[in-house]
Ligand binder design. Structure first.
Ligand code: PSV
Ligand code: MN
Ligand code: MN
Length: 388
């Protein structure tokens, strides 16, 4: 009997990174509802991320956001992570929360502000060196609100110049992932609004600059699996920030709003060889858990990614190729929907049992007493940084 050893092996070789900021309090511009037990500092965020990894076996690193996760000694933080079985993942600079950045950061019209932003980006590469991180995740809130507010062309030049300075500072084992976002916080132009602009800057920089696709950062109706496939074709898909959206940058749990879209993305990744050992595509979550408890929400998110990926691995590639070659539209589509309709949960449960994990990580979390312990031990948890 086929026990799908190949599918389980591919999933076991697929790390999914959780973001430190998803463990902290977060909210909307209207209200932050604080939760008991949330981490008070970066060490406690690392501890929660390690718990997610212990239960899922699939989340071996945690992304940091600087300065939200500022510590005195980053080497020590990396050691603490390692002691708990995880590593420090992507370093995310923050060049959007100072008053100085009202008109932008690296695209700001004032060279002094651009310099300040650049210095922070370079400091983040120092933090990569200290923590062993290999990915610098760049998201810029830069943009304008009104036609004529600033020169679009000059801002592109300033952006290119800053990116080049940071790129030159990277070590040979480090890469830079450049994120884009359609709108918000600016509403007339964003300086990196779409994958085309990110792609063009990354091409100009060199092979260690790649595009970061945040699934929540597109116009409604954008075909994300299409752009993912094109980026893969040119070696420019660096990674993902997974989350799901109904309206805009909702940052809900990945796979919640549209699991079929997640499956379609994963299917293109399977087809382009981005799933399994040796993949250069970084799978990261970028979410905010405003209503739901954070650690189990992150566990659920990891499982959602695994489920979508397992279904994509179930696609009968030979049958699909045959149907496509025959121009059999319905048959080709049915190959995909058959795979999407497969209940992969028993296989994933079996995979977990085989590696000594509880088959149901969410239930295992609730049974572990961890939530009760952090609620008792941590008083005055910190805010993720959003929605103050
Ligand atoms: C802001 O839109 C954002 O959600 C971006 O996706 C970044 O990756 C994230 O915040 C962390 O800065
Ligand atoms: Mn993001
Ligand atoms: Mn976002």
């Amino acid at each position: 009997m086929n026990d799908h050893a190949d599918i389980k092996a591919a999933l076991r070789a697929m790390p999914i990174e959780t973001p430190s900021w998803a463990y902290g309090n977060s909210g909307t511009r209207f209200k932050v509802f604080t939760q008991p037990g949330v981490p008070r500092d970066a060490y406690e965020k690392v501890a929660d991320a390690a718990m997610v990894h212990r239960l899922t076996g699939a989340a071996p690193s945690v992304a940091l956001h600087i300065p939200w996760d500022r510590v005195d000694d980053y080497t020590d933080l990396a050691r603490a992570a390692k002691d708990q079985g995880i590593a420090i993942g992507a370093i995310n600079p923050n060049v959007f929360q100072d008053n100085d950045y009202k008109l932008g950061s690296v695209c700001h019209p004032d060279p002094a502000v651009r310099r300040k932003a650049l210095d922070h980006l370079l400091e983040c590469v120092d933090i990569m060196d200290a923590t062993g991180s290999t990915i610098l995740s760049l998201w810029f809130a830069d943009g304008t609100n009104y036609a004529g507010q600033d020169s679009i062309a000059a801002r592109q030049d300033r952006l290119a110049a800053a990116l080049a300075r940071v790129y030159d500072r990277l070590g040979p084992h480090q890469r830079m992932l450049v994120e884009y976002k359609l709108f918000e916080p600016h509403f007339y132009t964003m300086d990196l609004p779409d994958w085309g602009t990110s792609y063009a800057h990354c091409v100009a920089l060199g092979e260690r600059a790649q595009v970061l696709v945040d699934t929540g950062h597109h116009a409604p109706g954008t075909n994300i699996e299409f752009l993912v496939t094109v980026l893969r074709r040119f070696g420019k898909l660096g990674g993902f920030h997974f989350n799901s959206r109904n309206y805009a940058d909702d940052d809900l749990m990945v796979g919640a709003a549209d699991p079929f879209q997640l499956f379609r993305i994963m299917h293109e990744l399977v087809r382009t060889g981005a799933i399994g050992a040796g993949s250069e595509v970084a799978f990261m979550l970028d979410q905010c858990h405003n209503l739901e408890a954070k650690v189990p929400a992150l566990i659920r998110s990891v499982l959602n990614v695994q489920e979508a990926t397992a279904k994509a691995l179930f696609v009968d590639a030979d049958a699909l190729a045959a149907a496509q070659a025959n121009g059999d539209v319905l048959a080709a589509h049915a190959v995909l929907t058959d795979a999407f309709s497969t209940d992969v949960r028993p296989l994933l449960a079996q995979m977990r049992t085989e590696i000594g994990l509880d088959p149901d990580p969410v239930a295992a979390y609730h049974a572990s007493g961890y939530q009760q312990r952090i609620e008792a031990e941590r008083v005055g948890g910190s805010q993720a940084g959003w929605g103050a």
